[in-house]
Design a protein around this ligand. Sequence first.
Ligand SMILES: *Cc1c(COP(=O)(O)O)cnc(C)c1O
Length: 367
Amino acid sequence: MPAPLIPVNSLVRHIAPLKTVLSADAASVIDSGYYVLGPGVAEFERAFAAYCGTAECIGVANGTDALELALKSVGVGVGDRVAVAANAAMYGTTAILACGAIPVFVDVDSVDALLDVALLAETLGTGAIKAAIVTHLYGRLARFDGIVELCRSRGVAIVEDCAQAHGARSSGRVAGSFGDVAAFSFYPTKNLGALGDGGAIVTSNAEVGQRARQLRQYGWTAKYTNTHVGGRNSRLDEIQARMLLTMLPLLDGWNARRRDIANRYSNEIRNTSIAVPASASEEYVAHLYVAHCERRDALRTHLEGLGVQTDIHYPVPDHRQPCHRGAYDHVDLPVTEKLATTALTLPCFPELTDEEVERVIDACNRF
Ligand SMILES: *Cc1c(COP(=O)(O)O)cnc(C)c1O
């Protein structure tokens, strides 16, 4: 009999132990008569801002809206140029395009796939750039020292994309507190995930926070007074907020378990044809564990044959997506393009058992 499949992720395993408490959360919201932007959202906003070490949190409908409204709240508008990496599944680029702004793609580091600071500096030298989206890809903190200094000296706003990095930290500072404003997603598969869509913007800049709060609700400055252009309806539900409040205290434990699994892979996968990320400390919350292999598709088939499911994050870089209709055909991002052909995501989620982790390691070592 073949060994049972090891999934890349399992929300059933993740949520099942919480069924009773989450059901009680849902019931309390049903009884309350408040369903959107009520006291549960306000309570979650306070708790999540405190967790991130920011002054404010603004709950929104999803992570892509959070990025779009974060960009707009730092002043990005039609025709503005925004620097962004092209290896994060179009999320940042979609938000830039939704602002009527122009993505300016920057290549990434060949080892950790994070924004290349020297290339960002080059890009900022090519003409006015209004903002930079900095993604903590796969849950690993970007190189903030260099990026903050660079952007501040040129008046470029920093928008952190923390959708994969809830709780990643360095020297006591948590993802979301490094830039001018940050976006989070609570899509169910994220390190902190709701049972539906959800997102948040965090910032310590009062003006940016107020603007984000107004933009999430039609651009209102008072009820039925639409002051700002670019307003949206993007609100967080009470049910999701209450469930997120229940799960927030569990986040650091989940992240620690993810990181332990990732570090086991990094230390114990010993196969010269598989490049693994360096083992890591608190700066990595192992949202995705991505290895690289020149014979990626063959490795994928091999692992599948041994009951190990894999995925590819991400197969098509932003500048090669069909929606641009060739507008970026001249853009050359050699590292981004190369990594898209070698990346392979191994199973990594808190409920993976030690025995499964060992099977994944053994299967990789047998390639
Ligand atoms: C998931 C994700 C988003 C988008 O979040 P949604 O809630 O799905 O809109 C943005 N950026 C990154 C890096 C993500 O992983």
